[in-house]
Design a protein around this ligand. Structure first.
Ligand code: GLN
Length: 201
């Protein structure tokens, strides 16, 4: 059984814990650096990037997560979590331009540039059926994946080391770079656990 940490500072962490639990993984709520000890993987949930970043720095998790990501700890980052792992973050609609430097804004673990809330204020959330052939490696279910996007970021650029797993309307929405998986949508809000299974594998 794998022991998976779930960053539990803010956002949809409870739903990730439930999804991982359904698949038989042991989960640990991560709030302090010591909670990371013994974890074989880490989930960074969706929520509000600004709040998560502030709390992660206050609780001393920011640099340990960067370190563990570089050391090869497997991570699954969804939506706000993905924004934290990006290289560059551009503020989308409804946000003041940021003042902090790129290094303080994002962890620069996945070589992507993202735009926050890039679908605009009118499109708060939407669902999309995505083709997910790579999930056939972990599941016999061949159905498209019904992805829920909530104030989602758009991935504008992917570096050469980044594999695009799924796209929606011409933009990557699921990416992988080495030990790191990033999704702009919320697999934890559905009962379809294929992405969590892919991560555990
Ligand atoms: N819009 C949020 C942000 O930019 C992310 C939304 C989400 O995680 N669902 O922080």
């Amino acid at each position: 059984m794998s022991r998976i940490g779930v960053m539990a500072l803010q956002g949809a962490f409870e739903e990730h814990i439930q999804a991982l639990g359904r698949l038989g993984a042991e989960t640990v709520e991560v709030r302090l650096p010591r909670d990371l000890e013994g974890c074989e993987g880490l989930v960074l949930p969706g929520g509000e990037t600004t709040t998560q970043r502030k709390l992660a720095k206050e609780y001393g998790l920011w640099e340990p997560i960067r370190h563990l990501g570089r050391e090869g700890l497997p991570m699954l980052a969804t939506c706000a979590g993905l924004i934290l792992l990006a290289r560059n973050v551009e503020e989308g609609e409804g946000h003041a331009p940021r003042e902090a430097s790129a290094a303080e804004t994002a962890l620069n673990l996945i070589d992507i540039d993202v735009v926050r809330n890039a679908y605009g204020r009118q499109v708060f959330s939407f669902e999309a059926e995505m083709k997910v052939p790579f999930l056939e490696s972990v599941s016999l279910d061949r159905a498209p994946f019904r992805a829920i996007f909530i104030r989602a970021p758009v991935i504008r650029r992917t570096g050469p080391g980044v594999t695009v797993l799924s796209e929606w309307e011409g933009s990557p929405v699921a990416v992988k770079q080495g030990n790191l998986i990033g999704l702009t949508f919320h697999p934890e809000l559905t009962c379809d656990d294929r992405f969590h299974l892919y991560f555990l594998n």
